[in-house]
Design a protein. Structure first.
Length: 235
């Protein structure tokens, strides 16, 4: 049963200034409430009974908000606080310790609203006995992201942002994962590391890393994406 999630919400959002001048990136306002609320609410609606929010930059703002509003969310909310930036991998590792013994865990970004059925993604994960299952989606321009090479139900390779002269439609890593307990045991011993570069890209050719196509996502890596989200997000 998948009922535990880790939400990565420690980013500063330097490319979103001045919007993030005084607030952490996941707390930017989207239609009258923090972006992170959308993520926490959807995870709770889809059965995540415990959610560990990994926080660092201006962590006190996130703690104060969710301590005050816990009654609005169906999940138990925990905090995993980084004393220093640990990278995505280090943040997941620390949050997993905070949660204690868990089986499979969902990992999502706190600055991204996902459109997916978590139960369907977990079904793929279990049927393939995957070490990690990665949520993928299709975008009109892969140059802003990294490309993914597939072989059947498996991911064979992740590549860096392609250097192309013009936009190319393609499949990308959407930044949402189901991570098995066995995967957590294979994490690097380092305290600081990238989940994507230092773990996923290194194990993908020898371990079972599967994929599930999600319907889409809304993310805010820069000001242009922020205003695009405000325009496109369904009401």
């Amino acid at each position: 049963m998948l009922d535990t999630a880790i939400v990565l919400a420690g980013g500063q959002g330097t490319r979103l200034k001045p919007v993030t001048q005084h607030i952490p990136k996941p707390m930017i306002e989207v239609r009258g409430q923090p972006l992170l609320n959308y993520v926490i609410s959807d995870l709770g609606r889809q059965g995540m009974r415990r959610i560990a929010i990994s926080i660092g930059y201006k962590a006190e703002q996130i703690i104060e908000h969710y301590d005050r509003n816990k009654h609005r969310f169906p999940s138990e909310i925990l905090y995993s606080i980084e004393d220093k930036p640990l990278g995505t991998g280090g943040a997941i590792k620390l949050a997993a310790k905070q949660l204690g013994p868990v089986g499979d865990v969902l990992v999502a970004n706190g600055d991204t609203i996902y459109v997916l059925d978590i139960k369907e993604m977990y079904k793929v994960h279990r049927e393939n006995n995957a070490l990690v299952t990665v949520g993928l989606t299709t975008v009109d321009d892969v140059r802003q992201f990294g490309a993914v090479e597939l072989e059947g139900s498996d991911i064979r390779r992740f590549t860096e942002k392609p250097k192309l002269a013009s936009p190319v439609r393609g499949i990308i890593n959407a930044g949402i994962y189901i991570v098995s307990s066995a995967a957590l045991e294979k994490f690097p011993k380092d305290e600081v590391f990238s989940f994507e570069r230092d773990f996923l890209q290194k194990i993908v050719e020898k371990e079972k890393v599967c994929w599930h196509m999600i319907q889409g996502f809304y993310t805010v890596n820069n000001i242009e994406q922020y205003f695009d989200m405000l325009k496109r997000l369904p009401k």
